[in-house]
Design a protein around this ligand. Structure first.
Ligand SMILES: [Cu+2]
Length: 193
C-alpha cells in the first residue's frame, strides 16, 4: 500500500515538474522573442564626442515635450533641432557619414519644420515625429550617440501599425500617447555609445 501511495505521489510530482518545465520553456520562448538587441555603431568605436550631439539632445528634448503633452515645448525643441542640424560641420564627416547625412538630413529638416510650426497641433506634431524618429535612428547608427540610447516601440499608435522612437532612458515614456498612456511600449534595442 505504501509503495502504491509513493508511486502515485512520484507520478504527480513528475507531472507537476513536467508542467512547470513546459511553462518555463514557453516563458523562455516569449523572453527570446521580446529580447532586446544591443548594438554599437561601428563608425564611432572610440566613443569620441559625436558630431550629432546637439541633434540628439534637441531630439530628446522634443521627445520629452511630446511625452508631457507640451506642444509649445515640442515646437521650441524642433527649432533647437533645426539649429543643431545647420551647425553640423560636414567637412569633418567620414564618407559613410556623409552618405547617411545626405540621405536623411533634408527629410529630418522638413519634419522638424512642420513640428516647429504646429505648436497648437500636437497630433500633427506626433505624425511628423514618427518620421523624424526613423531619420534619427539612421543618424545615431551612422554617427554614434555619445551616450547609451534605446529604441522603443509602441504597438498601438497609428491604428495599431505601431511606431518607434529613440529614448535616453530605459523606462518607457511614450511620446505618441503622452499622459494618456505613458508606459505603453517596450525597449527593442539598446544602442551603445
Ligand atoms: Cu505637417
Amino acid at each position: 500500500m505504501k509503495t502504491i501511495i509513493i508511486a502515485i505521489m512520484t507520478t504527480s510530482i513528475a507531472f507537476t515538474a513536467c508542467n512547470s518545465s513546459n511553462n518555463k520553456s514557453a516563458e523562455n520562448n516569449n523572453a527570446e522573442n521580446n529580447q532586446t538587441s544591443t548594438t554599437t555603431p561601428s563608425s564611432n568605436p572610440t566613443g569620441e564626442a559625436t558630431p550629432i550631439k546637439g541633434i540628439v539632445s534637441a531630439y530628446l528634448n522634443l521627445k520629452n515635450a511630446l511625452a508631457n503633452d507640451n506642444s509649445q515645448a515640442a515646437a521650441n525643441a524642433a527649432n533647437e533641432f533645426l539649429e543643431a542640424l545647420n551647425k553640423i560641420d560636414k567637412s569633418s564627416l567620414t564618407e559613410g557619414q556623409k552618405k547617411v547625412y545626405a540621405d536623411v538630413a533634408d527629410d529630418a529638416k522638413e519634419m522638424a519644420e512642420h513640428i516647429s510650426k504646429s505648436a497648437d497641433k500636437i497630433d500633427h506634431q506626433r505624425e511628423h515625429f514618427d518620421m523624424l524618429s526613423s531619420d534619427m535612428y539612421d543618424l545615431v547608427k551612422a554617427f554614434g550617440t555619445g551616450q547609451t540610447l534605446y529604441r522603443d516601440f509602441c504597438p498601438m499608435y497609428n491604428d495599431n501599425k505601431g511606431v518607434y522612437w529613440i529614448s535616453e532612458t530605459k523606462e518607457i515614456k511614450n511620446p505618441y500617447l503622452g499622459k494618456q498612456m505613458p508606459t505603453c511600449g517596450e525597449v527593442k534595442e539598446e544602442i551603445k555609445q
